[in-house]
Design a protein around this ligand. Sequence first.
Ligand SMILES: [Zn+2]
Length: 305
Amino acid sequence: MLDLENKQLNFAVFGDIHGRIALMYTLAVLWQQHSKIKLDGLLQVGDMGAFPDSSKLDKATKKHAEKDADELGFQKFYIETPESEFYLQHKDSPCTYFVRGNHEDFDYLGNFIKPSSIDPWRKIWFIPDNQTMNVGDEYQPVKVAGFGGIAPGAEKHSRGKFAREQYRKSQKTGKLGPRFFSVTSIENISTDLYNADILMTHAGPICPELINGSMLIEELVKYVKPRVHLFGHHHQIVDRRNNLNGSLSIGLEHLEFDNESKLKYGFWGILSISPAPLSFDFMSPDIFPLLNLISRHNYRSLLTK
Ligand SMILES: [Zn+2]
């Protein structure tokens, strides 16, 4: 945890990127050059698109990849390639920390039991469910807790106390697909996550701003009591600030180009974390004018060594 003597740490936070690692790094490095502020890391809330092997793609990813090869970007980053070397060995490249989403190769990610780097330069780190990692500054780190995946579909049909109990029982015994998290995993959450500075989940909590959010994630947040909760998945921007304790709850959009090949709003922002206050600003052309000039067609030519 940071104490009052400590400096501010700055993180660029990204919603679901679905393989667009080169674009994520381009944006982060260009923003650093523009703002003259060094980023202490990139935080990515799942749906990284961690599919090292094309034969293991899920249905949706396969469909998207036929139209946009960037969906398969992970394949150029988990091994040494000219692309991974260019972006990850770039002098201004921060480390990335990510959790699992619901579109990943779960057999592959299941190989990582502890927080682990997935690339030859140890720049991109996966934080498995129920794990924490100290990031940002070697001597003054912040603790990031990870809990990826999405809520089991049955959660939505289990309003009311009785239905909820029935659902809990069935989830405990029933088998879930790998994209989901279970009631059991939330009930057995490690005490190590308690009071983490940052909680990263893929799904968001049920709340007035996110009626499709998860009850279980809401319970997790109540237990962990993070200073900042970051999530993605829902294609919905949430920016909730708790005035009582200064904590933040931030939901991000997906990193995507619109029909005019321009970047959408709400998929990234800058989190500044220090003893007090915390701040999160969604990125916009007002604070980063270059954004207006970045398109699907030119982003690969914007970064120089
Ligand atoms: Zn998702």
